[in-house]
Ligand binder design. Structure first.
Ligand SMILES: [Zn+2]
Length: 69
């Protein structure tokens, strides 16, 4: 019987190791990616992180785009 409990890595409050990529064709993603780029350009990484969260949560409303992540 193997009970393999995955350890979750600690959450870093600095830049995340991987930033979510905007999905092609998704207007919400495109807008968020633009906002994120602008926030990073201003040095506002808090706002950029918010955009990353929204990018991850984006439902990508497109009928033809149904991929399992
Ligand atoms: Zn999207």
């Amino acid at each position: 019987m193997s009970n393999n409990t995955m350890m979750t890595p600690p959450v870093h409050l600095s830049l995340p190791p991987s930033t979510p990529k905007p999905t092609e064709g998704c207007a919400v993603c495109a807008a968020l990616a633009k906002q994120r780029a602008e926030a990073e350009a201003r040095g506002n990484f808090s706002a950029a992180a918010d955009c990353n969260v929204e990018l991850r949560n984006c439902p990508h409303r497109r009928a033809t785009d149904r991929k399992n992540v």
